[in-house]
Design a protein around this ligand. Structure first.
Ligand code: ATP
Ligand code: ZN
Length: 283
């Protein structure tokens, strides 16, 4: 049987995390910067390194079976592909921004204005939904300088921290979409057993990234209080310590309320708290 192919970004913001995710899934491969394709030695998969803009169409057309790409690019290319898994990295927002001195106050004020963007399809959809008629100017790079050059009255672009906007005298005006990296597949591929296996491995890596393994010591008299602070786990592991009346509690804690939990555990009598990363959670 022929190996499946997965397309990932060759270089850029998604490259490193895409490679890391596949490696964390236990896939062994050489990652030569010069090569466009590499074979995974311990899984029936080949990896194609491409420009991100080409990935959705390559997957739609079956040149690659799978791809990792930003949702913004999938929506912009209007490729007919299947969303298999949100990946939680490459997060960004796409916003309309205007010069800080602009008199535009609400979306309708964009009527008749020129908006520069590299994402004309997404912008057009948004403007149509709001019944706004604006002049969309397609620019492939450095969109944010176009108002200063009087090429446009506004821009529509990716914004992460807003620093680039600020340094160009722009302020966010309307949020249009948020995006993150997505594992996509050509239609029908979701039933392939190799794809199912890969998705399962990716999910176990994503779950693990959200959790920490915690070991703490506590006196038996405080154990009940400690357990009530750990509602997320079915049943923590309790191990007796050499010192009488003391036990070690082993459990996993979600990253997002980690410090809050740790402080509460300390207040309830937990001592010697050891926190470890979790590599995979298989359920
Ligand atoms: P390529 O050479 O592959 O065409 P590119 O220059 O178009 O690369 P990058 O800048 O590497 O693309 O961004 C790739 C993707 O990373 C974006 O499409 C978006 O989904 C995501 N992303 C996350 N944060 C940001 C950000 N701050 N700026 C730009 N893209 C971001
Ligand atoms: Zn690109």
């Amino acid at each position: 049987m022929k190996n499946l192919k997965i397309a990932i970004q060759k270089s850029g913001r998604l490259n490193e995390k895409s490679v890391q995710l596949l490696k964390n899934c236990g896939l062994n491969f050489e990652n030569y910067k010069s090569s466009l394709i590499t074979t995974v030695s311990n899984f029936p998969l080949e990896i194609l390194f491409l420009r991100d803009d080409d990935i959705p169409e390559y997957v739609q057309d079956g040149i690659a079976d799978l791809g990792i790409v930003g949702e913004n690019v999938i929506v912009e290319t209007e490729a007919n592909v299947r969303y298999l898994q949100r990946l939680g990295f490459g997060k960004c927002s796409l916003k309309i921004a205007v010069p800080s001195h602009s008199d535009a106050k609400e979306p309708a004020d964009l009527n008749g204005k020129a908006i520069a963007t590299s994402y004309p399809t997404i912008l057009k959809k948004f403007l149509d939904e709001q019944s706004i008629t604006a002049d969309i100017r397609i620019i492939s790079g450095s969109v944010e300088i176009s108002p200063a050059l009087e090429l446009s009255d506004a821009i529509f672009d990716i914004v992460s921290t807003g620093g680039t906007l600020r340094s160009n005298g722009l302020v966010p005006f309307a949020d249009v979409m948020t995006s993150e990296a997505i594992l996509i597949g050509k239609n029908g591929i979701e039933n392939n057993p190799v794809v199912c296996e890969l998705i399962q491995r990716i999910q176990s890596v994503l779950r693990a990234a959200e959790t920490k393994y915690v070991v703490l010591n506590v006196e038996r008299s405080s154990l009940a209080d400690i357990i009530t602070l750990l509602p997320g786990v079915k049943s923590p592991t309790i191990v007796p310590l050499a010192e009488e009346n003391w036990v070690a509690v082993h459990t996993v804690i979600a990253e997002q309320d980690f410090w809050d939990k740790i402080n509460k555990l300390k207040a309830a009598g937990a001592q010697g708290i050891v926190v470890m990363p979790v590599e995979k959670i298989i359920i």
